[in-house]
Design a protein around this ligand. Structure first.
Ligand SMILES: [Ca+2]
Ligand SMILES: [Ca+2]
Length: 322
């Protein structure tokens, strides 16, 4: 278990031109062994257990600053950080909570192609519902605060479940540690992931890095800067942490249903996956579980979207999925 150091609003129907839909990757249905089969696994990553998933779609990349700014411009939504909470940011070798930190001001340079960060789980859910309405789809989420419900039969956007995230990150459940395989993030001599690397050491002076590996980015990288995994999904290892739908349950793997698990019925923490650029990725593999309070906001955490495979969206995605 890697503890991450630490209400929904009614969004009006959008008006104006419809922005391009997020690029989605089709993930075929299948069964896999979810959990950490490797030596040194944390207790919450065991037992390894069978999971059957129906087919779904997942974002080709993390939601970007450009995509998120369309949501804000359309709704005037105030993110959790902008409501006065601020966000945790990297200041030298330290993590500090700064009241003026938010997705517009993560304390490092970003442009529209970078993944949006400093967004809470609540912000991610609101984005999903807005995106659904924007495209005339049925929103998946109802309710507010800790009583949000997800309709997985809806054709709109939602967060992936923890199982969906892991299955996609492992290229349909392969026994691998990282999206690129088991070794260092280099394929054909080229870096394939934004990790806590030599660039981070140069920028911040931090020592616990992937020694000798240099991806060129001390903070976030533009999405799709590195090669995707076998399914065509970018940055599912590296760049930023990603919120998923599930409440976090430390012992959930022991009781998880086999068919399409969606996490515990309640809790205090939401699960998140992957490793941000600020984390030592050797300890943050595709089977490692993360968690945080749903109002947690930090400058190395964002999200990607998913959609259920429904009859309605089969045709819609035929030209943008593989
Ligand atoms: Ca890096
Ligand atoms: Ca990521």
């Amino acid at each position: 278990m890697k503890v991450l150091a630490w209400f929904l609003f009614s969004v009006p129907m959008p008006s104006g031109p419809v922005a391009p839909a997020p690029e989605m990757i089709f993930v075929e249905a299948g069964r896999f062994e979810m959990g950490n089969p490797f030596e040194g696994a944390d207790a919450d990553e065991r037992p390894v257990h069978a999971v059957d998933l129906r087919a779904y779609y997942i974002g080709r990349h993390e939601v970007t600053v450009g995509q998120f700014s369309e949501f804000i411009e359309d709704t005037n939504y105030k993110t959790t950080a902008e409501q006065g909470k601020g966000a945790s940011v990297l200041v030298g070798t330290k993590v500090e909570t700064r009241p003026d930190a938010n997705w517009r001001n993560p304390y490092y340079r970003q442009d529209d192609r970078h993944p949006v960060v400093c967004v809470s789980w609540y912000d991610a859910v609101e984005y999903c519902n807005w995106r659904s309405r924007r495209e005339g789809l049925r929103p998946c989420y109802t309710g507010c605060g800790d009583d949000v419900a997800c309709n997985f039969a809806a054709d709109g956007y939602r967060l992936p479940t923890e199982a969906e995230w892991e299955y996609a990150a492992r290229s349909r459940g392969k026994r691998i540690k990282f999206a690129w395989g088991d070794g260092e993030p280099v394929i054909d001599g080229r870096p394939v992931g934004n990790t806590k690397d030599e660039a981070a050491k140069r920028e911040w002076g931090v020592e616990k890095i992937w020694q000798g590996y240099d991806d060129g980015y001390a903070c976030s990288a533009p999405v799709c800067s590195f090669a995707p995994n076998e399914l065509g999904i970018h940055d599912i290892s590296g760049n930023v942490y990603e919120w998923v739908w599930d409440w976090y349950g430390a012992d959930y793997y022991a009781t998880s249903p086999v068919e399409n698990p969606t996490g515990p019925d309640g809790g205090e923490m939401r699960a998140c996956r992957d490793a941000g650029f600020g984390c030592a990725i050797q300890q943050e593999s595709v089977v490692t579980r993360g968690l945080g309070k749903p109002d947690l906001t930090f400058s190395w955490g964002g999200f990607r979207v998913a959609r259920s495979k429904t009859i309605e969206n089969l045709c819609l995605f035929s030209s943008v999925t593989r």
